[in-house]
Write a protein that binds this ligand. Structure first.
Ligand code: PLP
Length: 391
């Protein structure tokens, strides 16, 4: 079946009405937005059909999570990751970011340390403070030479741990680098977690978007039996199938005690499931895989094109992401941006391209570029960036 990832969908001025999007309405009209992580593609046709059917019913009162959705996620997990999860391990909620905060509130106490690695998706850096805990961070090891990739620095991670450290916020595949962690990195991480008796929130939101042939996602809780009882796995169809605005995500929690604590904390702080989001999630997991395969082909092409261009920009470096539609660019040695306080701001002003500022991820001098868009839009942005970065 053919899917269309080439036709631009109007998101700034849709003909049907006023439906502002964060991505397209944050900046001036002439700016090309390659920042926040949503894609410019329509979701799988099967999702839209399921939504049409649900909307036609016309009653949108409080819903329940359908057993058929729970089963669809069990089937997806078994088929793609060989992990036999149970329907009742699933707590559906409106987003992954709320789950990060709920986990901190539910599983730690004031004064406890909440640890993460940087660079990292910005909300990870805010969870501890927002929930009255102590933020703790360790840096990843950046690539040292051409062909290197970002690496987990286990020594740095261990050095950041104190007796107060209780919870690790972990991200795999990793936003913003796109790393799919190697087995030896994960082996070391798992041993460290057990050694220090930590709990883990493993944000695996991007796990269905592996671009490297041969790359394999191993859910942390499945790969290490010793971690299953201390890990909350966060999954959602939102990145894979471009459904973020429908707010449906799932915490998979095998341990009954952790599940109870998390669910109790969620009561009163989050709404019941979004009935349309749950319908969309089920349709995506049941029928969306051919669309996803076609999407991955498109994204691989975009990644190739981006890597070629980055190679032509003096002083700009990128380890091609093994997953996700996000690229993490090191601009610290770009002569064209020497002396600017913020490369992101400079590229916004000089090129009219909106990227995400690395400073928010804990690494100033970097930007994150979202290539989940049409080839036409990507090319238009690359031409603008050429003008500035080729000097
Ligand atoms: C790693 C990661 N976690 C969480 C989120 C946000 O998830 P949600 O919209 O479900 O809160 C994103 C969005 O880009 C992300 O990349």
């Amino acid at each position: 079946m053919e899917f269309d990832f080439a036709t631009s969908v109007e998101r700034r001025h849709p003909a049907q009405g006023d439906w502002p999007s964060q991505k397209w309405h944050q900046y001036a009209e002439d700016v090309l937005p390659l920042w926040v992580a949503d894609m410019d593609f329509r979701s799988p046709p099967a999702v839209t059909e399921a939504l049409h059917e649900r909307v036609a019913h016309g009653v949108y009162g409080y819903g329940l999570v359908p057993e058929s959705l729970r089963q669809a996620l069990c089937d997806w997990s078994a088929a793609h990751y060989g992990w036999a999860i149970e329907p009742d391990w699933q707590l559906w909620l409106p987003g992954v970011v709320p789950a990060l905060h709920l986990a901190s509130l539910a599983l730690t106490a004031p004064g406890d340390g909440v640890l993460t690695v940087t660079p990292i998706y910005p909300p990870f850096l805010q969870v501890a403070e927002r929930t009255g805990r102590v933020p703790q961070q360790a840096a990843l090891r950046p690539p040292e030479a051409e062909g290197d990739d970002w690496r987990l620095d286990l020594e740095a991670l261990e050095a950041a741990i104190t007796p107060e450290t209780r919870l690790l916020l972990w991200c795999q595949p990793h936003n913003p680098t796109g790393r799919v962690w190697r087995a030896d990195e994960l082996d070391g991480l798992a041993a460290l977690v057990e050694r220090h008796d930590l709990l883990v929130v493993s944000d695996e939101l991007h796990c269905d978007l592996l671009l490297d042939e041969g790359a394999r996602h191993r859910p942390l809780a499945a790969a290490y039996p010793g971690l299953a009882e201390r890990t909350l796995t966060l999954w959602a169809p939102s990145k894979t199938f471009n459904l973020a605005g429908l707010t449906a995500a799932c915490a998979v929690i095998p341990d009954a005690g952790l599940r109870r604590r998390f669910a109790n904390m969620a009561k009163g702080l989050q709404p019941d499931g979004n009935v349309l989001g749950l319908v969309a999630a089920e349709a995506a997991y049941r029928h969306g895989d051919p669309w996803r395969q076609a999407l991955l082909e498109t994204l691989r092409g975009h990644r190739r094109r981006l890597a070629e261009r980055v190679a032509s920009w003096p002083g700009v470096r990128m380890a091609p992401p093994a997953s996700t539609y996000l690229a993490w660019l090191d601009l610290r040695e770009a002569p064209a941006l020497r002396d600017v306080a913020s490369p992101q701001q400079a590229l916004l002003e000089r090129a009219g391209v909106a990227l995400s500022d690395g400073a928010a991820f804990g690494w100033p001098g970097f930007v994150r570029l979202n290539f989940g868009t049409t080839a036409t839009q990507l090319e238009a942005a690359l031409v603008r960036l050429d003008d500035v970065l080729r000097g």
